[in-house]
Design a protein around this ligand. Structure first.
Ligand SMILES: *[C@@H]1O[C@H](CO)[C@@H](O)[C@H](O)[C@H]1NC(C)=O
Ligand SMILES: *[C@@H]1O[C@H](CO)[C@@H](O)[C@H](O)[C@H]1NC(C)=O
Ligand SMILES: *[C@@H]1O[C@H](CO)[C@@H](O)[C@H](O)[C@H]1NC(C)=O
Ligand SMILES: *[C@@H]1O[C@H](CO)[C@@H](O)[C@H](O)[C@H]1NC(C)=O
Ligand SMILES: *[C@@H]1O[C@H](CO)[C@@H](O)[C@H](O)[C@H]1NC(C)=O
Ligand SMILES: *[C@@H]1O[C@H](CO)[C@@H](O)[C@H](O)[C@H]1NC(C)=O
Length: 196
């Protein structure tokens, strides 16, 4: 009787260990953030001061990388600030996996291309600054789907087309800077949603 009970507990323990190992190897962690940031690093084509080249090394903890801030609660990357680093490059879709990101600033650099749709999954974002770069194409309508967005800076780029009507949905928005682009059409920011 006692022996059966012992064997049963042992089996449960083994099963539990197997499930936990399987889960933890797939669930997002700081390693996920590191992978995403290394993808960003590999999309930087010019880094004249070798800031990322030297500082973003796997021998240093991600949370000590230049421009990276981690939250104490979940030990995940919460802010990325690469402003004024003279970087040239593009933004890879892998950034979608930095799921605790609240603040992203890459202003005053030479990032170009378009912004990947995958960024929509960063639903915790409050602060976004892409100002003073060389981004082009239409302003993505999915910016309107960030429920917590308070500040959106797209000024001094080469965005064209109209301001997406989804912007009317940004109920937490306090600041929107769009100057010095190639925009046309109406300004669809009329709703009482935008009371802030
Ligand atoms: C990386 O940058 C941070 C912040 O500037 C600095 O404290 C640290 O010493 C740098 N590490 C290396 C290895 O350069
Ligand atoms: C990013 O860093 C720059 C330079 O250290 C600082 O002036 C700026 O306020 C920071 N931006 C954010 C959003 O933290
Ligand atoms: C995000 O992470 C998941 C799980 O690791 C991976 O399957 C997916 O390809 C990643 N997304 C991108 C754009 O790399
Ligand atoms: C735009 O960014 C560049 C660096 O890429 C900087 O030299 C320049 O002063 C910035 N312009 C403004 C108006 O902030
Ligand atoms: C800006 O975009 C327009 C097309 O919308 C293109 O003709 C022009 O060359 C671009 N300018 C720069 C500086 O990239
Ligand atoms: C506004 O946001 C809500 C909830 O996030 C979403 O269901 C709806 O499609 C959005 N509408 C527009 C016009 O973006």
């Amino acid at each position: 009787m006692a022996k059966t009970g012992f064997l049963r507990s042992l089996m449960f323990l083994m099963l539990f260990t197997i499930i936990r190992t399987t889960l933890s190897s797939n669930s997002p962690s700081i390693t996920t953030d590191q992978r995403a940031l290394l993808a960003l690093k590999s999309h930087i084509t010019h880094d004249p001061h070798n800031l990322l080249a030297i500082n973003w090394s796997t021998s240093i903890s991600v949370c000590n990388w230049i421009g990276v801030t981690c939250g104490s609660k979940h030990h995940r990357v919460t802010a990325l600030n690469l402003s004024s680093m003279d970087l040239t490059g593009t933004i890879p879709s892998q950034l979608e996996n930095i799921s605790f990101l609240v603040s992203l600033s890459i202003r005053h650099n030479s990032f170009h291309g378009s912004l990947p749709t995958e960024l929509t999954s960063l639903h915790r974002l409050k602060y976004l600054s892409f100002g003073n770069n060389s981004f082009s194409g239409e302003i993505p309508s999915w910016f309107g789907y960030f429920p917590k967005l308070q500040c959106l800076n797209l000024y001094m780029n080469n965005f064209s087309g109209v301001i997406p009507s989804t912007f009317d949905n940004l109920s937490k928005l306090k600041m929107l800077l769009l100057y010095d682009n190639n925009l046309k059409g109406q300004i669809p920011l009329t709703s009482e949603n935008l009371s802030n």
